[in-house]
Each structure stands twice: as C-alpha cells, then as structure tokens.
Design a protein around this ligand. Structure first.
Ligand code: ASP
Length: 331
C-alpha cells in the first residue's frame, strides 16, 4: 500500500512538472485569440536613445504607428494577409527613415540595390526580387512575381523589366538619394553595417498568414551582394500550419542558419511554441555574433519579436485592441 502511495505521489509530481508553464517572454497581454493580428519591424541594430535622439525617436514611433494603424484597419475590412503585408511595407518603404525603398542604403559603389520578398502561408507561394534599382516599391515587385510569374525570385534587370512590363511605378535613381545614407557610406570606410530593414507579418480573418521583408541591404556592401531578405526561408517565411516570420540583421548569418524557416521547423518537428522557436534561434545566433532579430506570428495570433541587438523598431496590433510600438529593449 505504502509503495502504491509513493508511486502515486511520484506520478502526480511528474505530471505537475510537465504542466509547468513554459517560459514565455512574448507579449501576451490577453489570452483571447484575436480574429486578426499584425506585427511589423523597421530593423534591428545599435538602436539606443542616445544614438537616435528624442526627435528622431518620435518620428520613428509615429511612422511605425501609421503603418500599424493602416494594417489593422485593412484587416478589419477583411483584406487578405498578403495584401496587408504589401500595403504596410509600402508605408515603411516610402519613408526615408528606414533602410528600404526611399531610405535604402548605398553599396560600396554608391548605388542602391534593393531586395524584397513576400510569402503566403496558405499556399506556400512566394515571390522575391533581388539587387533591383528604380522600382519605387520593391515589395510590390515581389508580390508581382508571386502573383504573375511561375518563378519565385527575379534579379536585377530581369526583375526591373518584369516590373515595368506590369505597370509598376518606376523612379529615377535620384529618388533613393538621402543625405543621411550617403554620409553613412562615407563614414564606414571599409566596414559594412546594417540597419533599418522593414518587415511585416499578418494573420487575416480567414486564418491565413503572410510575411514580407524589404531592404536596401547593408551600407557599403559589395556590388552584387544579396542578403537574406529576398531569400525564402532565410529572411522571410510563412506557413499557416506553423507561423509567419520576417527577419532583420546581419544577412549572411540569417542565410547560413535559414532563420525564418528554422522558426517554423522548430515548431513543426520539435513541437516548440512560437516563442521558444523564435527566441531559440535568435539566442543561438547571438553566440556566433550573428546580430539581428525577427518578428513572428502564429495561427492563434501569438506574436513574438526577439532580437539580440540593443534595439529593434517594432510594433504589433490585434483585433482584441492591443496596439503597441517599441524601439528599445523594453519600451
Ligand atoms: N538583413 C539585411 C541584409 O543583410 C539587413 C538588415 O536587416 O538590416 O541585407
């Protein structure tokens, strides 16, 4: 009898241990499953209050808020996740604040070479463009590849020609000139730096997830260098069965570690939660000095935004009313 009681005590203890809530640092203000949800980023890096200053910080927060508000409004009106991702990224690409579209950084030859990708979690269809110039909104060119071509990735003149043929808005290269980015190139002298890529992941009312990323890459990158942002599985990934992910950071690491897909794979094969999966890979990258972060969202509307840098421009909103923009470690 005593043995039986001890056995029961051990079993109860083991069950209790197993049910212990897993460590969860994702922002989960409400337990309620949202009808729709949205998460965005404007790049990770050496983002500190001292480096940015209060005025610029205000501008960043306002632009991120504008993008979030547009996205949540579209989701409320039943827009598809992929349309929302494109529209939200437009807002960020059209701002000189971020390293994408208008604010794209310069490569070592003083040119802008932009990369973008977008993916649908329902069909696993994806579209991407790499090393493009003159296309005002590279994320729309990526969407065009997704919708109107049998391919996933088009590069350089081929991508530009395809965008032109399909009536995409083209601009003169001067459109992408910003004094600040030009000065950053002059200052770097041989080094490369990353900062300010943009991304968005949305969950729509139909339960579909989409993810997109757009970037100018890294300041002073070699002519012809392509980063993780247009590579499906590295910088962007979406699968309704697991999650949607958009990454930002030192692209070479994100490519080598297949970071966006890795989050999904950890969920699918190791049965990790979104949070465990996303934080796990970002912590692993930190160990090998792969700096950056990501935003991710699963089918239940859980959101997480881990990064291993000083800060990451980011924000999220849900149908349940939560709506927040963050820049530094905890605010
Ligand atoms: N991941 C981008 C790249 O390597 C840069 C960034 O996110 O800041 O091209």
């Amino acid at each position: 009898m005593r043995k039986l009681v001890s056995l029961l005590v051990i079993i109860v203890f083991l069950v209790a241990c197993n049910n212990k809530p897993k460590e969860n640092t994702s922002i989960q203000l409400s337990e309620e499953k949202p009808e729709y949800a949205l998460v965005i980023h404007g790049g990770a890096g050496n983002v500190t209050p001292e480096r940015i200053g209060p005025e610029k910080e205000k501008e960043y927060r306002a632009k991120l808020q504008e993008a979030l508000d547009l996205g949540i409004d579209l989701l409320k009106k039943d827009s598809s996740a992929v349309a929302v991702v494109e529209a939200v990224i437009h807002v960020l690409e059209n701002s000189p604040l971020f390293n994408a579209g208008k604010g794209a950084v310069f490569n070592s030859q003083g040119q802008n070479e932009m990369d973008a990708s977008i993916m649908e979690g329902k069909t696993l269809n994806a579209g991407a463009v790499a090393s493009v110039s003159r296309i005002k909104n590279p994320i729309s060119a990526a969407r065009l590849v997704l919708d109107k071509s049998p391919h996933v990735l088009l590069v350089r003149e081929g991508a530009i020609q395809f965008a032109k043929e399909n009536g995409m808005e083209m601009v003169d290269s001067n459109y992408f000139f910003t004094q600040e980015r030009w000065e950053s190139l002059q200052k770097l002298q041989g080094k490369v730096e990353k900062y300010g890529t943009v991304g968005c992941v949305a969950l729509d009312r139909q339960g579909n997830i989409a993810a997109g990323t757009s970037t100018g890459g890294m300041t002073n990158k070699k002519y012809g260098r392509v980063g993780d942002s247009p590579i499906i599985g590295a910088g962007t990934y979406a699968n309704n069965a697991t999650c949607g992910v958009s990454c930002t950071g030192h692209g070479e690491f994100f490519m080598r570690y297949n970071v966006a897909y890795d989050v999904s794979a950890r969920m699918k094969y190791a049965h990790q939660s979104l949070n465990e999966a996303a934080e796990g890979i970002i912590n692993e990258l930190a160990l090998i000095k792969g700096s950056g972060g990501l935003i991710a969202l699963d089918g239940k509307g859980n959101i997480c935004m881990p990064f291993n840098t000083n800060g990451m421009f980011r924000g999220f909103a849900k149908s349940t009313g939560e709506n927040k923009v963050l820049v530094f470690k905890d605010k």
